[in-house]
Design a protein around this ligand. Structure first.
Ligand code: C5P
Length: 264
């Protein structure tokens, strides 16, 4: 059974919110992918995927977060599952229903995400990290709710969170590592910098200011880069199709790595 998420907008009740019947585009894309023969080319792979944002507590009722919906990570997890991978999905707080049949580990903070990812890293053969991990967190979260101090400005002291991918690079033992870069400017430069700084094999860069390619949408457009430069420019398409494309690109690279090992 394939289920689609409802869409956001005006509803028959007169309210605006989640609950609209999906539009033709995601329905058609779901039908096409159900009718397409999907290869089992990930059956020997263990794919570790992260999704969604992280929440960093300010006090017991407030937190710092971002607009990530987790949809790209979910799409990748479902695509890898269809291609018969063993999938471990580490998800930050999202409103999405966990995909059935996938080993899903819910986490809240960047530190929890790091711990969950590290726990499953060793047995993974591919790691894909679309999660929008918070880069900073409040230094000292308050134990009780902070009270408003009249109209006085308020400042929060932030400290940086652990960079999960960088910490994984130190323990890498053959895993194919893919990061994501959601940018508003200097897309290629920023993505290339992150690819190198985080020791990645590949990075998927998307300009979140482009219509249909931002956080929360069901579609995405992206440029895939490796250490030699641009690999593929993926046009706007449903995230489930982009997930399949990304897995195609990774598969080619894994096969190439294996061939090179055999030749050596
Ligand atoms: O936040 P940034 O743009 O640096 O994210 C780029 C990549 O690094 C993403 O794949 C993200 O999941 C990962 N990341 C991470 N640990 C962080 C921040 C980001 O692994 N603390």
């Amino acid at each position: 059974v394939e289920s689609l998420d409802p869409e956001f907008g005006s509803r028959a009740s007169g309210h605006i919110g989640w609950g609209r019947f999906p539009s033709e585009e995601p329905i058609m894309s779901a039908i096409i992918s159900l009718l397409t023969i999907i290869p089992s080319d990930y059956r020997n792979e263990v794919v570790l995927i992260t999704a969604g944002p992280t929440h960093e507590a300010i006090d017991p009722v407030r937190y710092i977060a971002n607009r990530s919906s987790g949809k790209m990570g979910y799409a990748l997890a479902q695509a890898a599952q269809k291609r018969k991978a063993k999938v471990v999905l580490v998800i930050g707080p999202t409103s999405l229903t966990p995909p059935p049949g996938i080993h899903t580990i819910p986490v809240t903070t960047a530190e929890e995400m790091r711990d969950a990812v590290h726990k499953h890293f060793e047995r993974a053969t591919v790691v894909i990290m679309p999660a929008a991990v918070a880069d900073y967190r409040p230094d000292q979260p308050a134990e009780t709710k902070l009270k408003k101090q009249g109209q006085e400005p308020m400042s929060l002291k932030l400290s940086s969170t652990p960079d999960i991918l960088t910490s994984l690079a130190l323990q890498k033992s053959g895993q194919f590592m893919v990061g994501f870069a959601a940018e508003t400017d200097n897309l290629i430069e920023e993505a290339t910098r992150k690819l190198k700084a985080k020791g990645l094999d590949m990075i998927v860069a998307n300009d979140v200011t482009k219509p249909g390619a931002g956080f929360g949408s069901d579609t995405n457009a992206a440029v895939v880069l490796d250490t030699h430069g641009i690999v593929e420019d993926i046009p706007l398409m449903p995230k489930r199709d982009m997930a399949m494309k990304i897995l195609d690109i990774i598969r080619l690279r894994l096969d190439h790595q294996k061939q090179t090992l055999h030749t050596v």
